[in-house]
Design a protein around this ligand. Sequence first.
Ligand SMILES: [Zn+2]
Ligand SMILES: [Zn+2]
Length: 239
Amino acid sequence: MTISISLTWSAGVTDWESEVFSRAVHQILHWLFFRHPDSFFDPPIRVETFGNWEIPAIAGREPHWGTQWYVDSSYDRELRRVIAPVYLELVRRAPWQETAPHLDLTLLDEDLTDFPAPMARQRPDHYSLGTSYPGQAAVMSVFRLRLLAEDLARARALTRLVYHHLGHILAIPPFGRKERVRRRGLEMHCTNRCAMRHPQTVAQLLAYIDDEAGMGWPFCPECTSALHSVIIAQSGNWN
Ligand SMILES: [Zn+2]
Ligand SMILES: [Zn+2]
């Protein structure tokens, strides 16, 4: 069975931001497929772009009516942040996950925290750029990236964030990897010069971007090989 990645975003995400987001996902998958001629013509991972979707018939009346329902249901007014663990749990338990299993990648314009609400209240300065359930779903935010003055810097920062979370939903680095990895909650991170290093703050993200400049391809050899294994495993399933 082929897997699909659903791309969604909240109402406040601009066309420009959603284009950068979508382009980063397609770019990585194309590069990977290019190495596997069969999958280039018959992609084992499909991207479905839903954007800021809603089901008009149930909008505002029943759960799961659209992207904004997930945002509203996980938004903490006091913290003025979306609680990522709550958001991801809603996505994971969405009814269509049973009928049509897929991976989810979401971009929000609301601020985000990866802490549960009580802990987040004790650390009001703490925020998250993105959080994931590896192998399932990730939620990212442009809220902090918008503070970067230049378009180019914002585009690079968002692209690097998307690479990182695309890696997470494809479950790289794999849990079995023992070296040059650092676990953070459910997430596995790479410690090589690689897009799978975890940025907690905008400053850290920018430092990684500088450090990774000139790499050409954003993932280290170990993570790249894990990505190729995902493509091969999926192609095998598909054929
Ligand atoms: Zn991460
Ligand atoms: Zn890596």
